[in-house]
Unconditional design. Structure first.
Length: 267
């Protein structure tokens, strides 16, 4: 599109940008307060935000965890959210996993002011994820990152036939060939790990339709909040990942059309 802006993500990797302080803290606070489900007991006590939870979904448990920048992690624990339904626990874990992923990329490539080069910051990583510095919540954040990865992996596996049939077209025959080869390799790996997530446990109750609408509206709201990010690269990566989770959810909870119906019906 003439109005579009094309960005090479390989040349603009997700890493430290210097976007720190009140603004990013406020973004995450808004994301959690406006979009995470809360257990009834927490609502009775006037609390906000969402929670983790305990239970099994596919190959991984739906456990607790939280997210936040600069001390903005949720005060909820796994015990607080045991009463929440599986769909709400999954939503929380996806959001926490997204937050953990962003933090991990920032700490993996943080700018060294002395050398002007990017590299890992072990001290910052420990501060965000060690149980000793996070009141025991750090390991749950890492588990939620793994949970989000398996969730997306299952969506890629499920959509593999349609993605293999997709006519990737960049206008450059060599790039088209490389794209098909790389996507094929990704799909081969995804299909080598079947059953990473069991979406059949989701949206089975009487309120399934209402919960699906809530999921949709909350993902849309998170995307709108991402529009308020004051760093273009941070906004880019935040929206790429948020939209990726939303697309994965759509693939998993809605019937995937047969590849014979055409690749354009995938999204």
């Amino acid at each position: 599109e003439a109005s579009g802006q094309y960005v090479d993500l390989l040349k603009n990797p997700e890493r430290y940008t210097g976007y720190v302080g009140y603004s990013p803290n406020r973004i995450w606070q808004s994301i959690y307060e406006e979009n995470c489900f809360s257990p009834r007991s927490h609502q009775r006590h006037g609390g906000g935000g969402g929670g983790g939870g305990v239970g099994g979904v596919g190959g991984v448990g739906v456990g607790g965890g939280g997210g936040g920048i600069g001390g903005g992690w949720s005060p909820l624990t796994a015990t607080d959210v045991d009463e929440m339904c599986v769909e709400k626990r999954v939503f929380w874990r996806l959001l926490s996993g997204l937050h953990a992923s962003i933090n991990m990329h920032v700490e993996a490539e943080r700018l060294d002011a002395a050398t002007g080069e990017f590299g890992p910051d072990l001290a910052a990583f420990v501060a965000r994820f060690s149980p000793a510095t996070t009141q025991g919540q750090g390991p749950d954040r890492l588990k939620n990152l793994y949970f989000a990865y398996l969730f997306v992996l299952r969506a890629v596996e499920k959509a593999a036939p349609q993605l293999r049939a997709y006519p990737f077209f960049t206008g450059d025959a060599e790039q088209d060939s490389d794209t098909r080869r790389l996507v094929g390799a990704l799909l081969d790996r995804a299909q080598s790990c079947p059953g990473s997530f069991d979406e059949a446990v989701l949206f089975r109750g009487e309120d399934a339709a209402a919960l699906q609408l809530e999921y949709r509206d909350r993902f849309r709201n998170i995307t709108r909040i991402m529009d308020c990010v004051g760093c273009d690269k941070c906004k880019l990566w935040g929206k790429v990942q948020t939209n990726g989770l939303a697309a994965a959810m759509k693939v998993l909870v809605q019937p995937v059309p047969d590849a014979a119906h055409g690749p354009d019906t995938l999204v």
